[in-house]
Design a protein around this ligand. Structure first.
Ligand code: SF4
Length: 491
């Protein structure tokens, strides 16, 4: 593991530099002292319409980035804009500098954030067309041509959805419980094996939250674009609890006219025909059944207590109850797996003909049960990159196209997670939650409310606690904050 120390003349720039270096060297560590392995010096200068960034590493190798923008002194560039530009230039300087010490340019160039498609929509709003943006993505943001094309394609698929839903609301309901915890998982997920005693109190608090939000919603003239029940694994609830949750939702919110109602039914070991019928009867239009891998040895290794044939059985039941849209997730890069396993999982998933397929690349997280540095059979990065490129083409031949994507810190080979869809089956909530161009009211454990202002494009955030006990304890205050926001917005 290499450590880095930065000296930079710009304030508030440490995180920006760390993110860029992490994309170039995922095992990087950052020290606040000159005892680090590498000393990086960065100087940014703005001179009228030009920005220059000079970078040095260990006082030896150097790189200089020069950026000239004839409009830079135009008052339309607010302070925030100039700061953003400076940060971009710093990241470009670091990429250039690191290429001099043999580091490969990351596929996503200087886009280090979770939501690279946001920059696409930002540029589209500035009046650039898709061709101009693709060029900018390659030249200014240093994306590989493949990623620039992917982002352009995803951005164009999303544009009409953002327009249609900008004044609508979406509801997310978090059920932070799972049967067991998958070893790679860093989500809000409490295994029922050890936390079942918290479930009853959590559900009572959740029902209260749904009722209060429902009452406030009825006093407004908003309409809903989507409801998404995620977690965790919501289908870990027993039949009676699941029915009661859905009854509370349908009694308090307008489910009948809803364009999309998703339930994460991620683990087949939590599902049976009866539960799927309950979902269907309460208006659920989309479920996610996630194999992650169809290799039984890997399933056991990652702590998922189901078999590949359980996935097959579950998909048949989803068909039988006629839930219209099925999403299936798979993960590339699980320890011990290689190209053959990914091929096998993808082919099996394709044989189920789901409307959506989401391909995740593993992102080793410190919050996971696994200590990834100790996990054997680490995946080969070049295989991941090559295979993901082939999947894009393979899925195109099956009429799937990418409609949303996001990235995570330390994601293997600097790649991304991509949601593919058949025509007309785009997951609305996934687009809106990722692009932050429509308000999401987050209920339940770990529910994040993102209040979107279509005039300023600002997003205000109100998180619900992930811990079920804390959520239950603070429920009145959490509900009050959201209800007030909702009612004030229509005053
Ligand atoms: S099912 Fe999903 S949320 Fe639950 S532990 Fe596994 S990865 Fe995490």
């Amino acid at each position: 593991m290499a450590s880095y120390y930065f000296a930079c003349n710009l304030p508030n720039n440490q995180k920006n530099m760390e993110n860029m270096v992490t994309a170039l060297d995922p095992s990087a560590d950052f020290l606040n002292s000159k005892h680090a392995d590498y000393q990086v010096e960065i100087r940014v200068k703005i001179d009228g319409k030009a920005v220059t960034c000079q970078c040095k590493i260990d006082g030896l190798k150097q790189a200089e980035i020069f950026f000239y923008d004839p409009e830079l002194t135009d008052p339309c560039y607010g302070l925030g804009e100039v700061e953003r530009l400076q940060k971009e230039i710093v990241r470009r300087g670091i990429v250039e500098l690191f290429s001099k010490i043999g580091r490969k340019k990351p596929p996503w160039g200087i886009l280090t954030g979770v939501r690279p498609s946001k920059i696409y929509h930002y540029l589209r709003d500035q009046g650039y067309n898709s061709g101009e943006i693709k060029q900018k993505l390659e030249k200014h943001y240093l994306l590989s041509p493949e990623k620039a094309l992917l982002l352009t394609e995803v951005g164009e698929v999303q544009r009409p959805w953002l327009e249609r839903t900008k004044n609508k609301l979406n509801i997310y309901i978090g059920i932070p419980f799972c049967p067991t915890k998958c070893f790679y998982c860093s989500f809000a997920s409490y295994p029922l094996e050890t936390h079942a005693h918290l479930l009853k109190g959590f559900l009572e608090a959740l029902y209260f939250e749904i009722e209060e939000i429902g009452k406030a919603y009825q006093k407004t003239d908003y309409s809903l674009a989507s409801i998404y029940i995620g977690g965790g694994t919501p289908t870990v609830l027993d039949h009676c609890q699941l029915k009661s949750l859905l009854a509370h939702i349908s009694q308090n919110l307008p489910v009948a006219d809803l364009p999309e109602f998703t339930v994460e039914a991620g683990r087949p070991d939590t599902l049976d025909l009866e539960k799927l019928k309950i979902l269907k009867n309460y208006g659920v239009t989309r479920v996610s059944v996630n194999p992650q891998t169809m290799n039984p040895r890997t399933l056991a290794k990652i702590g998922r207590k189901h078999t590949p044939s359980a996935i097959e059985e579950t998909v048949k039941m989803v068909d039988q109850v006629e839930i219209p849209c099925l999403n299936m997730d798979m993960i590339i890069g699980l320890p011990g797996e290689g190209v053959e396993d990914w091929e096998n999982t993808l082919e099996k998933v394709l044989s189920f003909k789901p409307q959506n397929i989401t391909i995740h690349t593993l992102a080793p997280k410190r919050a996971a049960l696994w200590d990834f540095s100790q996990v054997e059979n680490q995946v080969k990065e070049e295989n991941v990159s090559r295979w993901l490129g082939q999947v894009y083409s393979r899925l195109k031949t099956k009429e799937y196209y990418p409609y949303y994507l996001y990235r995570q810190r330390r994601i293997i080979a600097g790649q991304e997670n991509i949601g593919y869809t058949l025509k007309g089956w785009e997951g609305i909530y996934n687009i809106l939650m990722m692009e932050e161009r429509s308000t999401v009211l987050g209920l339940g454990g770990g529910g994040m409310t993102k209040w979107y202002d279509p005039l300023t494009l600002n997003v205000e955030r109100f998180p619900n606690p992930k811990c079920p006990a804390t959520y239950q304890g603070r429920i009145k205050e959490l509900v009050e904050e959201k209800v007030n926001k909702l009612l004030r917005s229509v005053d």
